[in-house]
Design a protein around this ligand. Structure first.
Ligand SMILES: C[S@@+](CC[C@H](N)C(=O)[O-])C[C@H]1O[C@@H](n2cnc3c(N)ncnc32)[C@H](O)[C@@H]1O
Length: 273
């Protein structure tokens, strides 16, 4: 059996009771560690589970999934995911590969940033399509996420912006030369995301003029950091202030509100500094 087990957003103890019971009896335990990060080290998990935890990077999950699935017909394998296994990043690919090989699977869900963002006071019902904001490079500055934010705003909906994570990335030079040398991990902050958005806002203003749904430097945004942990931070401010404010260590997400209901507007006041 292949078990997909969500670890939640807080610390090692956020795993559910059922998830923990299953992990403790699994023959192999993998931790997906390229789409999110834990607040604790893998050693802490190993002590809690009484099991060795094998780190599964993108290459292992996407190129060598058979390593993970090996023996799963006869034994129990756990695939741990920070947050929920099917929140934001879906691991459907692995599910399909397991099915192709006749390996059954079960899922133990947990909290995800996709629902925990409700801590801002914004109604989950009022969110539109979630977007991802990628790290820009000098020559690559994609901005299609801006149009999605505008589409949501057009219909009064809020937008949850998930921010880029780069783990085990090679520099262009090392990639070309085939050198397995990896850059230190990088996690986009709300400050960087807001800076990129501001750059788009300035460009779009020149292209399209200023409309009411368009973002402006003084548009309201909600910055969140380390949701679900002891050091969680929330900040309601302008896009400009967000671009100048450091919310500390990762992970961060940014919300661009659409039309605010009275209760939502009152709730956002709580996070003004
Ligand atoms: C691909 S999603 C990971 C989804 C994860 N499986 C889940 O269910 O929450 C990763 C992005 O979600 C956001 N994120 C995840 N956990 C977060 C947290 N605790 N606080 C703020 N943002 C978070 C960050 O923008 C991060 O780059």
């Amino acid at each position: 059996m292949l078990y997909f087990i969500g670890l939640g957003l807080g610390d090692a103890k956020d795993i559910t009771v059922r998830g923990l019971e299953i992990v403790k009896q699994c023959d192999r335990v993998y931790l997906e560690h390229y789409t999110s990060i834990l607040t604790c080290g893998k050693e802490e998990l190993e002590i809690l589970y009484g099991r060795e935890v094998i780190l599964a990077d993108r290459d292992m999950v996407e190129q060598s999934a058979d390593t993970i699935l090996e023996g799963a017909k006869e034994s129990d394998i756990a695939f741990l995911v920070v947050g929920d296994p099917f929140g934001a990043t879906t691991h459907t690919d692995l599910v399909l590969r397991a099915r192709e090989q006749g390996i059954p699977h079960r899922v133990v869900h947990n909290a995800s940033i996709m629902n925990a963002i409700g801590c801002t006071g914004l109604q989950l019902y009022n969110f539109g399509e979630t977007v991802s904001i990628p790290f820009w490079t000098e020559n690559w500055k994609p901005d299609s996420f801006y149009d999605k934010i505008m589409k949501n705003r057009d219909s009064g909906q809020h937008t949850l912006c998930l921010l880029d994570i780069k783990v085990k990335e090679q520099s262009e030079e090392n990639l070309i030369k085939g050198r397995k040398i990896f850059e230190p991990p990088r996690f986009m902050s709300t400050q960087q995301a807001a800076q990129q958005l501001l750059e788009i806002v300035v460009n779009k203003e020149q292209e399209r003029g200023t409309g009411s749904v368009h973002l402006k430097p003084d548009s309201k945004v909600v910055c969140v950091a380390r949701v679900g942990t002891e050091t969680q931070k929330l900040l309601t401010c302008s896009l400009l202030t967000a671009s100048q404010t450091d919310l500390g260590p990762p992970l961060h997400s940014l919300v661009i509100p659409g039309v605010l209901h009275d209760l939502e507007a009152d709730a956002l006041e709580m996070w003004k500094s």
